[in-house]
Design a protein around this ligand. Structure first.
Ligand SMILES: *[C@@H]1O[C@H](CO)[C@@H](O)[C@H](O)[C@H]1NC(C)=O
Ligand SMILES: *[C@@H]1O[C@H](CO)[C@@H](O)[C@H](O)[C@H]1NC(C)=O
Ligand SMILES: *[C@@H]1O[C@H](CO)[C@@H](O)[C@H](O)[C@H]1NC(C)=O
Ligand SMILES: *[C@@H]1O[C@H](CO)[C@@H](O)[C@H](O)[C@H]1NC(C)=O
Ligand SMILES: *[C@@H]1O[C@H](CO)[C@@H](O)[C@H](O)[C@H]1NC(C)=O
Length: 513
């Protein structure tokens, strides 16, 4: 909820273009119900803004929404799709333009939703919702152009501040920076608040750039794009940054190594700061795993060798190495990326597969290289549950299946159970708060029709009538939810139903009344 208060202040700083002066602030709009309600028993609100107030128009997205009406038979489930799938385009494309010093360099400032800042992780995932509809297209009004704009702006951000997780509008947009209402960060290396909104170093933020790049490349084969702007430089920065975080806490003679990144904040919440003067808990040397100070929930790690982000980074570093190889004159860098990816995979196998008394061999969530293991999963992606969704391993992988059974049981300390919704949560929203995002990933990672139907039933029945995917919902009380405007989770739900259309059309023909 803190995030919401923060964004109220942030939103007030944005100068609305005059054409949209009459448009309601979606922060408020998304908290009220709007007619016409869906015709099922949940009577879900219509949540799309008026056409004139939408932040990006795409005819292929509109066609897809219409097509799905005949596929999704349940009226409430269809309404949820209709509201959620276009949410990032409807509400979050805060600015789209070109770089001041290169009119061919497209830029897209894509905000997370209720906070007027662009997260590397969220924006990569927000774009991924539309990936099935992306084809090579040089038009400035295409989804491909939106993608290129996000890649170019992320490259700029990474070059400016590789340890930061969320960023301010580019100067070209004329939109002023938002103020982060939390206690100012005390961190090294310093970054201007005109550039970064927050500087929590999260390995998955850098992996997100590799994922975003891979997604665009595989959909379009547009290799020239990767040659023309700052993509190669951004990759070099990512490699240098992650390699600087391979080190342990102590050198071989016992001296304390200097860390390239430290972060502290005055706070009452342990997940909002790092102990040992901003350096975190000790990490063993030479594991081959990359440290992450924070998780994708923006909460600090307990053990910095955060496994889901290492999986994601390894998987997308390898696919990005293929882009690098095709660029032409970057063979050595491409080989280096491929090799680095393989070494991380080997390190995960060596350090993160642990023996659980009930489930046998499973993946640990976090380790420290000294033998300490954190056995749990958190809802945010990358999670252990999402490992096949990320393409790191096959869904039928034995260790994954053991891990999945543990995650979706009372033996995962952050699996929330109750009459409203049963799903993984996490410390970010707290005890009892289940995250629909984790239910969506559960659907993506199973072939069991009954498991899919149960998850869809819980999702469609727990929106408190608002017809949007919330960040978290109390597993005993559907009225207690967090974040009414969380674009990533909404897009992900749309992406999930498109995936079901291809994989399990029968489930979409079912009733959820
Ligand atoms: C989207 O289309 C509507 C008309 O249907 C228009 O009023 C609006 O300005 C368009 N939005 C953008 C960002 O171009
Ligand atoms: C263009 O401007 C951006 C942002 O100010 C900067 O990061 C980039 O290096 C510049 N590019 C060139 C080619 O000068
Ligand atoms: C490219 O995108 C534009 C805008 O969405 C669309 O009108 C056009 O049909 C697309 N072209 C191709 C070849 O898909
Ligand atoms: C201990 O190792 C560190 C890092 O290799 C080195 O900088 C330092 O000089 C060494 N100190 C001693 C006393 O050997
Ligand atoms: C990476 O390169 C090193 C040095 O050439 C080699 O010994 C190692 O086997 C490679 N690792 C992987 C996983 O490819």
């Amino acid at each position: 909820m803190k995030d919401i208060i923060l964004s109220l202040v942030a939103a007030a700083l944005v100068i609305a273009p005059s054409a949209r002066a009459q448009c309601p602030d979606y922060l408020d709009y998304s908290q009220q119900k709007h007619q016409p309600y869906s015709s099922g028993k949940y009577q879900l609100s219509y949540m799309r803004p008026e056409p004139a107030c939408r932040t990006f128009n795409s005819s292929i997205v509109e066609d897809t929404i219409k097509d799905m009406e005949s596929v999704i038979k349940d009226p409430d489930l269809y309404r949820l799709f209709q509201n959620s799938f276009p949410n990032s385009l409807d509400t979050a494309v805060k600015w789209k333009g070109v770089a001041a010093n290169n009119s061919n360099e497209e830029l897209t400032f894509l905000i997370t939703g209720d906070i007027n800042a662009m997260w590397l992780r969220d924006s990569a995932n927000q774009m991924q919702s539309y990936l099935p509809l992306v084809t090579a297209n040089s038009s400035l009004s295409s989804l491909a152009s939106l993608y290129r704009g996000v890649i170019n702006l992320q490259a700029r951000y990474i070059l400016e501040a590789p340890f930061c997780n969320s960023f301010q509008p580019p100067v070209e947009s004329g939109i002023g920076p938002s103020k982060n209402q939390d206690t100012p960060d005390d961190f090294t290396p310093a970054v201007s608040t005109n550039i970064a909104f927050e500087c929590k170093y999260e390995l998955d933020s850098l992996a997100a750039f590799l994922e975003l790049s891979t997604d665009y490349y595989e959909a379009t084969n547009d290799i020239d794009f990767f040659r023309n702007f700052q993509w190669v430089d951004a990759i070099n920065t990512i490699i240098a940054t992650t390699e600087s975080l391979l080190g342990g806490t102590y050198s071989s003679n016992g001296s304390v190594n200097t860390l390239p990144y430290t972060w502290q904040r005055t706070t009452t919440s342990a997940t909002e700061t790092l102990d040992n003067s901003g350096r975190g808990n000790p990490v063993q040397a030479n594991t081959g795993l990359i440290r992450s100070a924070f998780r994708p929930s923006d909460d600090s790690t307990i053990y910095q060798l955060y496994i889901p982000a290492n999986m994601m980074f390894s998987r997308y570093l390898d696919s990005a190495s293929k882009i690098m190889a095709n660029i032409g004159n970057q063979r050595n860098l491409a080989n280096h990326m491929h090799n680095f990816s393989g070494r991380i995979r080997d390190a995960i196998t060596k350090h993160a597969i642990v023996n659980h008394p009930t489930y046998g061999s499973i993946y640990a969530f976090e380790v420290d290289g000294y033998g300490s293991q954190n056995i749990m999963d958190d809802a945010n992606i990358p999670s252990l549950l999402s490992a096949p969704f990320l393409g790191y391993l096959d869904q039928n992988d034995k260790v994954y299946q053991n891990t999945r059974k543990m995650i979706l049981s009372k033996d995962n300390s952050y699996f929330m159970r109750g009459p409203v919704i049963n799903a993984v949560g996490g410390p970010h929203a707290g005890y009892g708060q289940a995250w629909p995002m984790a239910s969506i990933i559960r659907i993506f990672t199973t072939n069991d029709d009954q498991e899919i139907r149960n998850a869809l039933q819980e999702i469609v029945s727990s929106t408190d009538g608002l017809g949007l995917i919330h960040e978290s919902i109390n597993s005993f009380d559907a009225h207690k939810w967090t974040r009414q405007w969380f674009s990533w989770a909404n897009g992900l739900f749309g992406q999930c139903l498109l995936d079901l259309k291809a994989r399990k059309p029968g489930v979409l023909g079912a009733s959820f009344q």
